[in-house]
Design a protein around this ligand. Structure first.
Ligand code: NAD
Ligand code: UDP
Length: 318
């Protein structure tokens, strides 16, 4: 039985990961400050004797008494409205100090550590699809920089701990992922569109909706994370993890309206600054090294996600 520490464990991806790791027979220590996370995401394991939740902000160092075999470092807000604005400085600190604190813990425990990095490190990409060797096109002073540059700096710290201090690292670059346990109010496109359609509200497309994204269903993303952690120590990444099927945001809105029906109309709103115009992962490396390739198409994934949001909105009475 392994002891695995997951930061960001009450969030969308982190809670799906903690549940999977417990179901696979591990001890899991979950660290989160609940900024965008929700303890209710962990309802099914919160009383499990192999699960421990510790409320902690990763901006500050943490000490853990027991041995730790593996660390999945996910703590960081991921939705633009949650990481920008008043949260921007905290986001940079979370990315940079958080990475440093968790790397120090990994070093002291001799634990393997995985960083949940992001496709955002490619910024407004000038190559398409994005390959890991592409160095990106990020605006370092824009409103997304706290997240994009924060994650770039976290990657840099991970590789320096690998080179200088022999910490075994794993870096994955996650592309847009969706599914059960997303927060209905978190502001990302799939949660927004589904909840708007279920509530009979207007569907808010930012810009003309010609920008593209490639959406991966959460279960398959968790498979990839676990495969990456189990990969040989000399495979450190970075590796793109995402579903390469690409859709415009207008196509996504049309699909969701068709599936849910109702009275919602599309309205067009301002496009936020530095919103990337296209994004699609080249996953050749993940296919070769992890033998991983997504199978769940957007239609099926959306149907599962709609079921989840229907029950979430009924529970919340809205
Ligand atoms: P989320 O916002 O649902 O989860 C993030 C979790 O981190 C939350 O539980 C939040 O409370 C916690 N957190 C934030 N700041 C913290 C801090 N300072 N100390 C302790 N906990 C803190 O987002 P998510 O979609 O689950 O994303 C998880 C990770 O995956 C993030 O690192 C994100 O950058 C990365 N990622 C996600 C996606 C995606 O599409 N979901 C894409 C790229 C990268
Ligand atoms: N988006 C949109 N309407 C919304 C929320 C988002 O049109 O209500 C757009 C957003 O401008 C972006 C895309 O959908 O082009 C994906 O946004 P999200 O915040 O989910 O992820 P990210 O921009 O980080 O890829």
């Amino acid at each position: 039985m392994k002891t695995i520490l997951v930061t960001g464990g009450s969030g969308f991806l982190g809670s799906n990961l903690c549940i999977r790791l417990i179901n696979e027979g591990n001890k899991v220590i979950c660290i989160d400050n609940n900024y965008t996370g929700r303890i209710k995401n962990l309802d099914e394991i919160i009383n499990d004797p192999n699960f421990l939740f510790i409320k902690h902000d990763v901006i500050y160092p943490l000490s853990i008494e027991c041995p730790i075999d593996e660390i999945y470092h996910l703590a960081c807000p991921a939705s633009p409205p949650a990481y920008q604005g008043k949260a921007a400085i905290m986001t940079t600190k979370t990315c940079v100090y958080g990475a440093n604190n968790l790397l120090e813990l990994a070093k002291s425990k001799k634990a393997k550590i995985l960083l949940a990095s992001t496709s955002e490190i490619y910024g407004e990409p000038l190559t398409h699809p994005q390959v890991e060797c592409y160095r990106g096109n990020v605006n370092p002073i824009g409103i997304r920089a706290c997240y994009d540059e924060g994650k770039r700096c976290a990657e840099s710290l991970f590789f320096d701990y690998y080179r200088q201090k022999n910490v075994i690292i794993k870096v994955i670059r996650i592309f847009n992922t969706y599914g059960p346990k997303m927060d209905p109010n978190d502001g990302r496109v799939i949660s927004n569109f589904i909840c708007q359609a279920l509530r009979g509200e207007n569907i808010t497309i930012y810009g003309q909706g010609d920008q593209t994204r490639s959406f991966c269903y959460v279960d398959e993303l968790i498979d990839a994370m676990i495969k990456m952690m189990a990969s040989p120590d000399d495979f450190v990444g970075p590796v793109n993890i995402g579903n390469p099927s690409e859709f415009t945001i207008k196509e996504l809105a049309t699909k969701i309206i068709a599936k849910i029906g109702g009275i919602s109309k599309i309205i067009y709103c301002d496009l936020p600054q530095d919103d990337p115009s296209q994004r699609k992962p080249d996953i050749s490396l993940a296919k070769e090294k992890l033998l991983w390739e997504p199978q769940i198409d957007l239609d099926h994934g959306l149907e599962e996600t709609i079921k989840y949001f229907k029950s979430e909105l009924i529970i919340r009475g809205k």
